[in-house]
Write a new protein. Structure first.
Length: 255
């Protein structure tokens, strides 16, 4: 299945107005009913996290629970208000996370919110809970002055109904044999990257993404965070050099 990325259309005027009206990132909750059940949508609390991990583990069996724990607790940008939970009768039944980032729009960094970890409990699916959580997350992003939002998905219609628009993500596919042959015949020296390379690799990334739209602004701390919660193993990042100067790099992860 082709992986897709969503970039939304958000009215900057609305964002600015919301940012001016709200100070201190007010945490809001609201209530609704589904049949005889009382539904509350609110920011996550520390006590909710084990139930959130249970929910994500059940919704995404191809991933390990450890991934979701690290994705939350090893990401220095995570804030409880960015975890939006749907609670029915005291049980967490839905979750959406906002990943606070800075993203380039025509080369200009703006505050952005990535949407991820969208999950609902099987027995309440089809009740519109994911849609309500998405709307709540969008309002939270507006309150915080985030000018753009993005996500990766294979079910575009759910998000297009909330104003997101589809942008196809370019992909490159190569066999291990082809990659090895290209490396051996290359004019570049390829080696495993190490911690001392990170500043130069980040500078390379900034140069490569300048004036682009959609690239995330990367920092040394973000690099370390991602290495932890993505489960990168030592020696899984590589750098290509020409005359001792880095000219390209790649980060890899085996699934």
């Amino acid at each position: 299945m082709t992986r897709q990325v969503e970039l939304p259309c958000v009215d900057p005027a609305i964002i600015c107005t919301a940012a001016e009206q709200v100070k201190g990132h007010t945490a809001r909750a609201w209530r609704a009913t589904i049949g005889a059940m009382s539904l509350v949508i609110r920011p996550a609390r520390t006590a909710d996290l084990p139930a959130v991990y249970d929910l994500l583990e059940a919704a995404f069996p191809e991933a390990s629970r450890a991934l979701f724990v690290k994705q939350t607790e090893a990401d220095s940008t995570f804030r409880l208000r960015h975890g939006r939970v749907a609670v029915i009768d005291g049980r967490v039944c839905g979750y959406v996370r906002i990943f606070a980032r800075r993203t380039l729009v025509r080369g200009v960094p703006v505050q952005a919110g990535g949407i991820g970890s969208v999950a609902t409990r099987p027995d309440v699916r089809g009740e519109g809970i994911a849609t309500m959580l998405l709307r709540d997350a969008i309002e939270q992003m507006r309150r915080e002055g985030m000018a753009v939002s993005f996500l990766f998905t294979g079910i575009a219609p759910l998000y297009e109904r909330q104003g997101y628009r589809l942008v196809r993500e370019p992909q490159v596919t190569a066999s291990a044999a082809e990659a090895a042959a290209a490396a051996s015949a290359s004019l570049y020296d390829v080696r495993a990257a190490n911690d001392t390379d990170v500043p130069r690799l980040l500078a390379l990334y900034r140069a490569a993404t300048a004036r682009t739209t959609g690239a995330t602004v990367r920092t040394r701390r973000g690099w370390r965070d991602a290495a932890q919660w993505l489960g990168e193993e030592p020696g899984s990042a590589f750098v290509a050099e020409r005359h001792g100067r880095p000219v390209a790099y790649i980060r890899t992860r085996c699934r």
